[in-house]
Ligand binder design. Structure first.
Ligand code: LLP
Length: 426
């Protein structure tokens, strides 16, 4: 569900016309809907609260990597949402947006000593340790501070899942976490150190998972491990169930609902007396954002191919080029006429800069505005300035209000980041 709808023949984000926004801010521009962010958080919050007996006071920690704009984070922070972070930069963003340290989880396969020290200093809720090498470094870093941060051990349950091989993380060969046996021995090792406090286990098996079965199997692994650890006398009070729940990128796509997801987690954890955490990224943000773009021209070639050339490109939205991802394309002011096939492309000098091939779309003309739907997660965050294309602007809408929450940089600002080597001046 989202709040991007046609009103008087023009696509709006909540109460704001996208035509008006394009005129004021230019294109390409990411546009986010606050009401949609709130709705998605609320759905999962309510679903978790309906199962407090099994999930405890579950923490919903938004995966900051999905959309790290400070205003987006602040919108969620005001609702009580936490943050799942994977770098010092993301922890700093979460704090700057008003997420208290006790609601910040620090995950990631390669945290530096400096990042671990920073996480301890700001008092994050827990550090998810992903390897024995990391555990040993964390113990040294914490010892230096006479600290004992709460940690969870990230398990690789050998259950990979997700919408694409490049976003599957729980498979046996994937770089994330440690196998079950090793996780159990790391828990024992951590318990023997005064400089870390093991509180639980974590897993995250992949992204854009639309069927609950692999998630359920992974949660069962965590349950079994909890029972094993407790039988050995260790305390386990938290289970971090990761993110990964998919979203409908097509109108009629089948995806498990947040309610079914929380109910399944509650079923698996029933009677275990743990506090659950979830790390949803896509679920919160994907359908809360669109990428607004203008048609530069329509290339009708004599060989019959028809290219819709947009002013957005792979540098703005990498998902189609990187994962063959599907993003629905809509006209901001739809024209009458039968759908015809287009190849939808950007201006970047690579064939990979293709958003869609042979997509049946209503007729377009140069100057028309379009949006890529479901672009609020892993959109702006993954963008770059390839071909010296300024980063797309970002706008947040809330009812009839809107604000530019990341202005498009000027060329002067872009070049100012590259001081000329002294000997090349003049
Ligand atoms: N927790 C951890 C430890 C993660 O690595 C991730 C995502 C999440 C939570 C959030 O997963 P989500 O709920 O969003 O599925 N760039 C890719 C997705 C990469 C996901 C990486 N990890 C894409 O555009 O599809």
């Amino acid at each position: 569900m989202h709040y991007f709808d046609l009103k008087d023949g023009v696509l709006h984000a909540e109460g704001v016309s996208l035509e008006m926004l394009a005129a004021e801010v230019g294109t390409p521009t990411y546009v986010y809907s606050s009401a949609t962010l709130r709705r998605h958080y609320g759905l999962l919050r309510d679903a978790c609260d309906a199962h407090k007996d099994a999930l405890g006071d579950a923490l919903i920690a938004f995966a900051v990597k999905a959309n790290s704009n400070l205003s987006v984070l602040a919108t969620l922070a005001k609702l009580g949402c936490g943050a799942d972070t994977v770098s010092e930069g993301e922890i700093r963003r979460a704090l700057a947006a008003g997420v208290p340290g006790e609601r910040i989880i620090f995950s990631g396969v390669g945290k530096t000593d400096a990042e671990l020290a920073f996480a301890i200093d700001v008092g994050v809720r827990q550090i998810n340790v992903e390897s024995s090498a990391e555990l040993e470094r964390l113990i040294l870093v914490a010892a230096e501070k006479s600290a004992s941060p709460a940690i969870a051990i990230r398990v690789n349950p050998k259950i990979g899942a997700g919408g694409h091989a490049k976003i599957t993380t729980g498979g046996a060969g994937d770089k994330f976490g440690v196998p079950v046996e090793e996780a159990l021995s790391l828990y024992a090792r951590a318990s023997a150190s005064p400089h870390v406090t093991p509180v639980g286990l974590a897993c995250h098996i992949g992204s854009q998972i639309t069927d609950l079965t692999p998630l359920e199997n992974a949660f069962r692994v965590l349950r079994d491990m909890t029972e094993t650890l407790r039988a050995d006398g260790y305390s386990v009070t938290r289970l971090d169930l990761g993110g990964g729940l998919g979203v409908p990128y097509y109108g009629d796509a089948e995806t498990a609902s947040p309610a079914d997801y929380a109910a399944m987690a509650a079923r698996v954890l029933d009677g275990l007396d743990v506090e659950a955490a979830f790390e949803p990224g896509r679920l919160m943000a994907a359908n809360a954002g669109v990428l607004l773009s203008r048609v530069i021209q329509v290339n009708e070639r004599t060989d019959g191919r028809r290219f819709l050339v947009l002013d957005a490109a792979m540098n703005d939205l990498m998902r189609p080029a990187l994962y063959d991802a599907f993003h629905d394309l809509k006209a901001v002011r739809p024209r009458d006429g039968d759908a015809i096939p287009y190849d939808v492309v950007g201006p970047v000098c690579e064939t990979g800069d293709t958003f869609a091939r042979d997509r049946d779309l209503p007729p377009f003309e140069a100057g028309d505005l379009v949006v890529f739907m479901s672009a609020g997660a892993y959109g702006a965050v993954m963008s770059g300035e390839y071909n010296t294309r300024p980063l797309a602007a970002e706008v947040l809408v809330d009812g009839a209000r809107c604000a530019v929450i990341r202005p498009r940089p000027t060329y002067e600002q872009m070049f100012a980041r590259e001081p000329m080597a002294e000997w090349l001046k003049g």
